[in-house]
Ligand binder design. Structure first.
Ligand code: NAP
Length: 310
């Protein structure tokens, strides 16, 4: 088998690293998992360091760093890796604040290395088909419903409840990443209501209303107390029929009839895109989904709801 082009290290060996990044790198033609940096975990058979600083010192041949930590930890490690001249891929959301991501873009530019802020849901199987189907149609209304059971999808993860963890926007931002990818026009937040459990620092539910140039109703409902099957849907009414993008972008239905669907290849596509950016040191950082979330924290009315316990 031909040697893989890039040696990559994963930082933060947790749920998403094990569920998606490791298998995607194994399948990748371009990347070889050369080491990990994680305080408490490792991947058997892979060189393991406790901190990224140790890894960068010991492994000059590792040219790419994939950050799989929670957003609050992202900036310090991204900065370290970029300063050391490594290409960097960021899990979503790309940071804890917009300003820190702008700072990383400047640093990557000055070091001539790639910075890739990933939005995995944009690579779900039917998202491209949805964007193509919408192009040229008149859009009359948009409804996002992104609802899941936090106890099932984020078992025991305390960082989601801490400042910067964004609470229910952690999944909700995936819906916004898809919407901002498929819409032919920009939107901005008009109002929001965020429900904070009385014992937590981030919201467990959120209702958002957006404005578009055409003044159509656009709503997003995020809820973390949905039991059973998750609802990760975007419905768009148009002059050409009703579009329903289901299951986080995996299935596209038009007037109830299936038009596109496919298996889960989101993370292999992320690594394929990262490989395309690296040769020219290109930077791909679209902050639109994160901007809408930041706007919700700025403009949103805060409501206190029942305490949350695992
Ligand atoms: P996780 O398992 O809770 O955390 C990943 C690892 O990061 C932890 O195991 C921990 O490993 C390390 N870490 C470093 N600093 C940390 C800190 N301040 N607090 C907690 N852990 C810290 O989280 P995850 O579910 O993999 O999510 C990580 C990122 O991926 C998030 O931004 C999330 O939005 C994104 N993501 C998650 C999913 C999913 O299904 N879970 C899906 C898509 C994207 P050590 O203790 O060994 O250092």
């Amino acid at each position: 088998m031909a040697a893989k082009t890039h040696k990559v290290a994963i930082v933060g060996v947790g749920k998403i690293a094990r569920d998606q990044h490791v298998p995607a790198i194994e399948r990748s033609q371009s990347f070889e998992l050369a080491a990990t940096a994680s305080r408490n975990a490792e991947i058997s058979g892979t060189r393991a360091y406790r901190t990224l600083a140790e890894l960068l010192d010991a492994e000059p041949g590792i040219t790419c760093i994939s950050l799989c930590t929670p957003p609050q930890a992202r900036y310090a490690d991204a900065r370290l890796a970029l300063k050391a001249g490594r290409h960097v891929m960021l899990e979503k959301p790309p940071g804890a604040t917009l300003s820190e991501v702008h700072d990383l873009v400047e640093l990557a530019r000055s070091k001539n290395v790639s910075l890739y802020a990933t939005w995995h849901s944009r690579h779900a199987a039917a998202v491209d088909a949805a964007r193509e189907w919408l192009a040229g149609r008149r859009i009359d209304a948009i409804r996002i419903n992104w609802k899941e059971d936090v106890r099932y999808w984020h078992p025991g993860q305390e960082w989601i409840w801490e400042a910067g963890g964004v609470g229910v926007f952690d999944p909700g931002i995936n819906g916004l990443s898809v919407l901002t990818e498929i819409l032919p026009f920009p939107i901005h937040l008009a109002s929001a209501e965020l429900s904070f459990p009385e014992n937590r620092n981030t919201p467990i539910a959120a209702s958002l209303r957006f404005r578009a140039p055409t003044n159509i109703p656009i709503t997003a409902e995020f809820d973390w107390l949905e039991e059973g099957s998750p609802l990760w849907d975007i419905e768009i009414d148009t002059d050409g029929g009703a579009m329903l993008l289901r299951e986080g972008g995996a299935r596209l239905l038009i007037d109830g009839k299936e038009k596109a669907s496919g298996g889960d290849a989101e993370y292999p596509r992320l690594y394929a895109r990262f490989a395309e950016l690296i040769p020219t040191g290109a930077i791909e950082v679209d902050l639109a989904p994160m901007r809408h979330v930041a706007d919700a924290f700025t403009l949103g009315k805060r409501v206190t709801v029942a305490p949350f316990h695992w």
